[in-house]
Design a protein around this ligand. Sequence first.
Ligand SMILES: CC(C)(COP(=O)(O)OP(=O)(O)OC[C@H]1O[C@@H](n2cnc3c(N)ncnc32)[C@H](O)[C@@H]1OP(=O)(O)O)[C@@H](O)C(=O)NCCC(=O)NCCS
Length: 264
Amino acid sequence: MTTQGAPPASPCPPQPVACVTLGRQVWWLVSAAADDPDLAAGVAPDGLLAADEAARLAALKIAKRRRDWLLGRATAKALLQAWLAQEIVAPSAANLIIQSETTGVPTPWLDDGRGRAPLPVSLSISHCDGHALCALIDRRGAGTTVTLGADMEKVEPRAWSFVADYFTPGEVAQVQQATDADRDAVVTAVWSAKEAVLKAVQLGLSVDTRAVDINLGGRPPSHDWQPLSVGWDARLAQPPDAALTGLWRQRGPYILTLARLDRP
Ligand SMILES: CC(C)(COP(=O)(O)OP(=O)(O)OC[C@H]1O[C@@H](n2cnc3c(N)ncnc32)[C@H](O)[C@@H]1OP(=O)(O)O)[C@@H](O)C(=O)NCCC(=O)NCCS
């Protein structure tokens, strides 16, 4: 496959992979560990991992982390296989390697038997409550450097101190204005969107969460994707002409968020 030029216009992928437009197509997939006994037990199914990934799994000592990491890898590889199948014969899962950078950013590589080459996508992974959300965006031909962040959080009550400590004044106001029925989902969506943005800028929680200001635009939770807007301050260390855009939706008891960063 080529790593230059605009991505081919493509239809949405077959289920269970889905797509949504965030400036361009974002492909996304949610999986549940409960659907695979090996993944639920933190055991790698045959043929899933490359040797260095298997070594990484073996080094993870905490059972929950093993299960989360493994489900994230399995989900990301299934998503990448679906995406690659548009252009080439989809490789085996073990020939797709998801390397963790020192920052924690997951970077996908393709091993074609002669060597490894990076895939021209930005990939993001989230683990939540025995599920994994993975999303990718094609980086080719955007005219900017594009990075994606994705996050999944369970809607549940959170203490007011959580909102007071981690939210901006504008976000606090959105929580105060939410109906009683929507409040937990609004808090969860704002928090999840912050994490998605902090993944898109590849800084993670090394940055004060109040450096990111999420605006849901007064929209109530929906099972369809809807836009959110993102403000930020100098602590994100982005160039003045950077742009951040986002989407959010509910899916069962979970909130899913996507954030896209464009840097000239
Ligand atoms: C990134 C972060 C906001 C994720 O939040 P979370 O809700 O706790 O966890 P999630 O399950 O939603 O996301 C975890 C995934 O985010 C990704 N991630 C981690 N750090 C990231 C970063 N700096 N930028 C983008 N993505 C990152 C990884 O893919 C990770 O999963 P993996 O380790 O299995 O590959 C948070 O974990 C964080 O800031 N971590 C600090 C950075 C860090 O510890 N890096 C680890 C170095 S090995």
